[in-house]
Design a binder for this molecule. Structure first.
Ligand code: ZN
Length: 139
């Protein structure tokens, strides 16, 4: 497992396998998700893979009305917005991800600090099918 390079491609491969894997600096212990080849705290390149539980809470969010093509195909857009949020993971790092299971048309009802859990969403079609990480309320 340590043979995979610490980059977005490996991160996506792990997501396709249903795993949330980030990098941990072997020198200072700093965690990164998505993984990074160089530590942002001490610039060490001695990294190891660590699994993340996928539990966190909502730190910030925004309602998106201009959808990327693969989401526009699913019916998202001006009349059907969706939510992208910053999730503070229980391990510490923050990650930007789509938030599902909330009403994007009533963003005033979405509360900062909302407990969330990870969810694996398929994106794309056919042979290029990928998995993206999303979060939904854990209640
Ligand atoms: Zn470090």
């Amino acid at each position: 497992m340590n043979e995979r390079p610490f980059n977005d491609h490996s991160y996506e491969q792990f997501l396709n396998e249903g795993k949330i894997m980030g990098s941990k600096c072997q020198k200072c212990g700093a965690l990164s998700l998505p993984p990074r080849p160089i530590c942002m705290s001490c610039f060490s390149s001695q990294m190891e893979w660590v699994p993340f539980e996928g539990q966190g809470k909502l730190a910030a969010f925004t309602s998106i009305v201009v959808a990327p093509p693969y989401m526009a195909k699913e019916g998202f857009g001006r009349n059907n917005p969706y939510i992208v949020g910053v999730v503070e993971l229980q391990e510490g790092p923050k990650i930007v991800a789509r938030i599902t299971g909330v009403d994007a048309r009533k963003p005033e009802q979405i509360k900062i600090g909302l407990p969330l859990r990870a969810e694996f969403l398929p994106k794309g079609e056919g042979g290029s099918r990928q998995t993206s990480l999303a979060f939904s309320p854990s209640r």
